[in-house]
Design a protein around this ligand. Structure first.
Ligand code: GLA
Length: 795
């Protein structure tokens, strides 16, 4: 609900309030963002009371001599009038000056969500969102800046975007125009960012803010695995379930910028938007530039509280179309099973084994087109290789259909190899600097999507592939970061626009293709999670989270993705052992338990798997299908915090805590839930553990049970001799025979308890093996062990 009284604006969601006002000078003073407060009164208590200029700060103007912009919370800042913190907007005017002064002109409140014109943005199909449009003008230079706020009451999210219009007769250079600025009172804050690299996306990095600036940004031409554009701010001491937490998203896939600055007076400024580094935009008279939309959520119920709001927002107001609320198929992907070495027979064998195990969709990854036998050639030549796929995509998809499988395909349409017909025919379509050496990435170059002709080519190419066979899924990959950024079709004064124009072009392609093929399930991918963001999710309902499929790494990564993203958008696969990225050996069941909390698929060589393993996979897939709706669309909660900064837990068993991860996913009606507990390394003589689910209904009564597993005797090595009547030599024929016919029972957990008992008191789990004390009810819990738990309301 948006309320405006005496030029005070109160943006209220269900549980939060965002308040600002127009000052007498015409600037916008930010007053408050946090827990919901009453609408009553004139809010004067929240105003900054300025009656003199401190020290050597600058007075704003002759009319407002007592006002300094340096030490006041503002909704929007520019250079040159006394605010020396990071500006929201920086324009170089025709006279060379960088000073701007945008003052309140008018406002408008509208019902409904108004989508952006040049980029994807959030939407509201029920028309409940409200818009506040604040018009600011710089009268000296004839520029109009409009800030758009949208209030999503139901999920406690507020979004912001801006436009700048050149109403003067002279062109200007826009050096920066951000999406969000949030100024806050002095407090001790932790700024959390999610950084990494290829195959190790989303490491959680926490910084206690000190005076100065901390920047999280990308300059890779993508959101980047180096620094995701979702960031968090928490008050010191905040945990997963208690304390103030703010989450910030940018609905954008290009170079982004998130900055936290603590001023000399202790006030905090958070800014998010397009990275100003390397960016500039020539704005001719009459033209408008539009920024991406930024979203912010707040909760006083810790990081889980904020995540719940963001999950709702992404699920309800970002992901759209046919797949929005539709259960995603269990797929088998050929990449880690065969890499480039594919052919129809091999793939059909793999698909058959998949079908027997319960797979629903078979995905042919890279290697099917042109002369693509490795990554040095053929991107751009999107015709199937007749030697590998003799009956064409159509014939191949027919074979799969006969087996009862859907067909999915890998493409990387934004790219071209120099070794390709496309490059030979259209060198002018490529982002590179003419006659200058190029810094290559994965032997490929980037097509110049700023050009309409290239956008048409991409739309046509993908359409041709999709029209040529019955294809129900597309993995849309993008495997390099930008270098030598230069469009041969833009003049020199517009080269700073290339990356942003690229994304405008890409979004156009994605929009047209997803509208043309609404039932095709598109999955985003960029060398794993190099472009994991809400811009992509406006078109593709899920994204491949990382090329690292190691269960241990994934347990951390998926935990960290969950701060900003619901699990229904995080694609996760069970892969082979040892793992191809880490060579780590983790149990097949743990690999499944971790992948099952994302959009679960498989990516390993079923054709070479032991019968016993395939049987296990079959059971997993059946179980996943049974619980799929809860896992894909339930409410996801993280267990204990893992941060030294947000958890002060110390003591002898602190190591245990660090070692564990626990998740709960609860159906929307709270009648069903699935939980998981995961351990990194076994610590001897630590046999007791409690599992505390979250998000249950305290009043409901649940049947709690665990996933009953059986274990291979060989897991106990020569300890088998402590139980065996005859001596068994490890790895001997007898040992293998015993292992084949005797399976050791795992523990059973079976209780009936109320939701409040389960959540607050927890379930004391059976004793784990602790270097001693084996019996048929112990929890077999070695390195990388995990358990899945189920909760169902007793009807
Ligand atoms: C990228 C993707 C992988 C795979 C390969 C194919 O690395 O992230 O999943 O598709 O490309 O070349």
């Amino acid at each position: 609900m948006i309320k405006v009284r005496n030029q005070v604006f109160h943006l209220g969601t269900r549980d939060t309030s965002y308040i600002f006002r127009v000052m007498e000078s015409g600037h916008l003073e930010h007053l408050y963002y946090g827990r919901k407060v009453a609408e009553e009164g004139n809010m004067e208590a929240m105003f900054e009371k300025q009656t003199f200029i401190p020290g050597n700060c600058n007075g704003y103007s002759d009319d407002y001599k007592q006002l300094t912009l340096e030490d006041i919370c503002l909704e929007m800042s520019s250079y040159g009038k006394g605010d020396i913190r990071e500006p929201f907007v920086h324009v170089v005017h025709e006279d060379g000056s960088s000073t701007s002064d945008f003052l309140y002109d008018s406002h408008l409140v509208l019902q409904g969500k108004h989508e952006l014109e040049t980029m994807p943005s959030s939407y509201d199909e029920h028309g409940n969102a409200q818009q506040l449009k604040i018009v600011l003008k710089d009268k000296e230079y004839g520029l109009t800046l409009i800030i758009y706020y949208h209030v999503f009451e139901d999920c406690d999210v507020i979004t912001r975007s801006a436009t700048l219009t050149n109403d003067s007769n002279e062109p200007v250079q826009v050096k920066r125009l951000l999406s969000l600025q949030l100024d806050m009172e002095p407090e001790e804050y932790v700024f959390t960012t999610f950084r990494g690299a290829w195959a190790r996306e989303m490491r959680k990095c926490e910084t206690v803010l000190q005076p100065g600036k901390y920047v999280n940004a990308s300059y890779t031409g993508t959101t980047s695995s180096r620094a995701n554009n979702f960031v968090m701010l928490t008050k010191c001491g905040t945990t997963e379930d208690f304390g103030d937490c703010f989450g910030f998203h940018l609905i954008y896939s290009g170079n982004h910028y998130e900055m936290a600055e603590v001023s000399s007076f202790g006030k905090l400024r958070i800014s998010t938007g397009i990275n100003p580094d390397g960016f500039s935009w020539l704005l001719e008279p009459g033209e408008t530039f539009e920024t991406p939309e930024a979203a912010v959520a707040y909760s006083h119920l810790g990081c889980n509280g904020m995540s719940q709001h963001m999950h709702d927002f992404v699920r309800q107001h970002i992901v759209r179309g046919y797949w929005k609320e539709k259960e995603r198929p269990v797929l088998l992907n050929s990449w880690e099973a065969a890499y480039f070495n594919i052919n129809e027979n091999k793939l059909l064998d793999l698909a058959r084994a998949g079908k027997n195990a319960g797979i629903e969709l078979f995905v042919m990854d890279d290697g099917w087109f042109g002369e693509r036998n490795d990554d040095t050639s053929s991107l751009g030549d999107w015709q199937e290789n007749a030697k590998k796929i003799p009956d064409g995509l159509d014939g191949f998809s027919e074979r799969l259909k006969e087996m009862g499988l859907d067909f999915g395909i890998w493409v990387e349409p934004e790219m071209v190899n120099v070794k390709s017909h496309l490059y030979e025919e259209h060198p002018e379509w490529v982002l590179e600097i003419p006659k200058k050496p190029h810094s290559e990435g994965r032997n490929q170059r980037i097509l110049d999507l700023t050009q309409e002709e290239v956008q048409e080519f991409i739309i046509e190419t993908v359409s041709n592939i999709l029209d040529s066979a019955d294809i129900s899924y597309v993995k849309w990959d993008m495997n390099r970061t930008f270098t030598d950024v230069f469009s041969k079709h833009l003049p020199k004064e517009r080269q700073g626009e290339v990356v942003h124009r690229y994304y405008m072009g890409l979004y156009r392609c994605m929009k047209e293709l997803t509208e043309k093929y609404p039932e095709v399930l598109f999955e985003g991918c960029a060398a794993g999670g190099n472009r994991f963001d809400l811009g992509i999710l406006c078109y593709f309902p899920q994204i491949w989270a990382s090329d690292d499929t190691d269960a241990l790494c994934r347990s951390e990564m998926q935990t960290n993705y969950s701060y900003g993203y619901p699990m229904s958008v995080v694609s996760a696969h069970v892969s082979g052992c040892p793992n191809h990225q880490t060579l780590r050996r983790t149990p097949l069941e743990t690999r499944f338990h971790v992948a099952a909390f994302g959009v679960c698929g498989y990516e390993c060589n079923f054709s070479d798997m032991k019968k016993e393993e395939l049987e296990a996979v079959k059971v997993q897939i059946a179980l996943y299908k049974h619980w799929r709706e809860v896992l894909q669309f339930g409410r996801f909660y993280r267990g204990e915090s893992h941060s030294g900064l947000i958890s002060s837990y110390q003591g002898a068993l602190a190591q245990n805590r660090e070692n564990e991860r626990s998740w709960t996913c609860v159906s929307q009606d709270q009648k069903k839930a699935v939980g998981m507990k995961f351990q990194t390394l076994a610590i001897p003589n630590t046999m007791f553990a409690t599992y505390k689910p979250k998000g249950l209904n305290p009043q409901f009564t649940y049947h709690f049970s665990n996933r009953n597993l059986k274990y291979n005797v060989k897991n106990f090595g020569d300890l088998v001799n402590t139980a065996s009547p005859i001596h068994i030599k490890p790895d001997s024929i007898v040992h293998n025979l015993v292992a084949k016919f005797v399976k050791m029972d795992g523990e059973t957990e079976d209780y009936v308890a109320s939701g409040d008992q389960l959540m607050y008191a927890g379930v004391k789990l059976r004793q784990a093996f602790a270097g001693t004390g084996y019996n048929d009810q112990i929890r077999f819990y070695p390195d990388f062990a995990s358990r899945m738990y189920f909760m169902e309301v007793e009807e």
